[in-house]
Design a protein around this ligand. Structure first.
Ligand code: PHE
Length: 467
């Protein structure tokens, strides 16, 4: 067991680190596309309601559990449950889930890095060709980028919570905000930009069906980095005098604002490229958008700024996505590191080597599952189709288990840890929370309809994707 637990240095540091975790590829690409396809302003409204009325209480539950136990997720569930056998399960799930999500997220981030390098080399026109992505992901150079990325992420992690994670967030997050706003300002001056804004924002409530609502919920949950043990772990590095409700609110607002702002960048660019575009044809997958579609969009931004200008815009965008992905990866890889340190008594360095060694092997397997290795490409039969190793990892750990983990956190905090103890933790650092409407709402919702909604999301996903 580590002697003195590491802590974030300041409340702002914690908020930026947690926001760094929450702001990721999901915000910058998946969110704007989902919003445009699913009713614009109507989707934004539903999404915002989910973030503040459903996800925010879950985030408070995770942070409080972490801070109360001063432990990694496995230790947190064990300690707070008094060693219950059953409650060991969510602890382990909150370790394996981030471990595996990190693996496929690493691979996507490797591609982003590759696209950034190609853009900087002046090859944006090449990236915009149809065949390039397939060739790129199957070329051995991805392994080189994987090594670079692992060195960068683990280099940050090696410096610890305050000097590594927090300092990186304090540098990278403001940089991300500035780059994002700069790009928005630029694309808003382009022709047909307002058409894109219109498609993004004008509400169309007729598009809100059960599926859209389910997707909005899943997207909000993923975007706030819930169900992955991250907030439990980060909670354990929070100081007792800091307000959990206040900090969680700041993280949720930042995350949602960045997602919203990303739409002001993506949609005008798409409509500048093609004002007649049928938004229903846009790819649902972030990877499809980033690597197959957006390079063409950026290439089309040339008028007035030329090929060089368009390349600069594209490079800033890929860099932005890379930064967002790195701060997310740092947070998710910190979870298994915390477990190895707390449960196995390893030091940070040894934990990093152990986790990195396994993750590199699995990430290589994911990277090879697009054609390099046949058995990985058609790895397992799901719903009558052979899916790749990459897709299987994403399906199990991201689509399926996340809502289940969220459900277990809610039930655990309210019924096992008991809401009165949970409240006591929330009131530490936030005396005004005691007896407030927010407190009543958080307790009631976590014990009743939030777990129910997460159960519905879980069931719909299983019915939809496995049969
Ligand atoms: N919130 C992140 C995103 O939107 C999700 C995430 C967190 C993914 C941490 C990986 C690691 O992309």
């Amino acid at each position: 067991m580590s002697a003195v637990r590491e802590h974030f240095g300041s409340r702002l540091g914690f908020i930026l680190a947690a926001a760094g975790s929450a702001v990721g590829i999901g915000n910058l690409v998946a969110f704007p596309v989902a919003a445009t396809k699913s009713g614009g302003g109507a989707f934004l409204l539903v999404y915002a309601l989910f973030v503040f009325f459903i996800c925010l209480p879950v985030m408070m539950a995770e942070l409080a559990l972490g801070r109360r136990s001063d432990k990694d997720p496995v230790g947190a569930y064990r300690e707070v449950s008094g060693g219950s056998r059953f409650w060991r399960i969510p602890g382990w799930l909150a370790l394996i889930t981030p471990f595996m999500i990190a693996v496929f997220y690493l691979v996507v981030t490797v591609w982003v890095l590759g696209y950034l390098v190609e853009t900087l080399r002046g090859n944006l026109d090449l990236l915009a060709t149809e065949a390039h992505f397939g060739q790129f992901i199957n070329s051995p150079v991805v392994f080189f980028y994987l090594v670079i990325l692992m060195l960068a992420i683990n280099g940050i992690l090696a410096m610890g919570v305050k000097d590594g994670i927090e300092r990186a967030a304090k540098t990278l997050m403001p940089m991300l905000f500035v780059m994002l706003l700069g790009l928005v300002a630029f694309v808003l001056t382009r022709e047909n930009a307002m058409l894109g804004i219109k498609y993004y924002l004008v509400p169309d409530f007729s598009k809100l069906d059960a599926r859209v609502v389910n997707n909005a919920m899943a997207q909000a949950f993923f975007s706030l980095s819930l169900g992955m043990g991250i907030m439990i772990t980060y909670g354990s590095y929070m100081k007792k005098q800091d307000s959990i409700p206040g900090s969680a609110r700041a993280v949720a607002i930042t995350d949602t604002l960045v997602a919203f702002t990303a739409g002001l960048l993506i949609l005008p660019s798409i409509f500048h490229f093609n004002p007649q575009i049928d938004t229903a044809t846009l790819s649902d997958s972030s990877a499809g958008m980033i690597f197959l579609f957006l390079p063409k969009i950026f290439l089309a931004l040339q008028d007035g700024v030329g090929y060089f200008g368009a390349s600069v815009v594209a490079a800033i965008f890929f860099f932005l996505v890379l930064v967002a992905a790195i701060t997310s990866l740092v947070s998710i890889i910190e979870v298994p590191l915390a477990t190895l340190r707390d449960e196995r008594g390893m030091n940070r360095k040894k934990a990093i080597y152990t986790v990195a060694a396994i993750q590199v092997v699995l990430a290589i397997a994911c990277a090879m599952s697009f054609g390099m290795a046949d058995w990985l490409t058609s790895f397992a039969p799901i719903a009558g189709e052979n899916v790749s190793f990459f897709d299987l990892v994403e399906l199990i750990f991201y689509s399926t288990i996340l809502p289940l983990n969220g459900l277990l956190v809610c039930l655990f905090v309210i019924y096992k840890w008991k809401w009165a103890n949970f409240d006591r933790e929330l009131q530490q650092g936030d005396p005004t929370f005691a007896g407030s409407i927010s407190q009543k709402y958080v307790n009631f919702s976590l014990g009743t309809f939030i777990p129910l909604i997460l159960l519905v999301v879980f069931i719909i996903t299983v019915a939809d994707k496995y049969f």
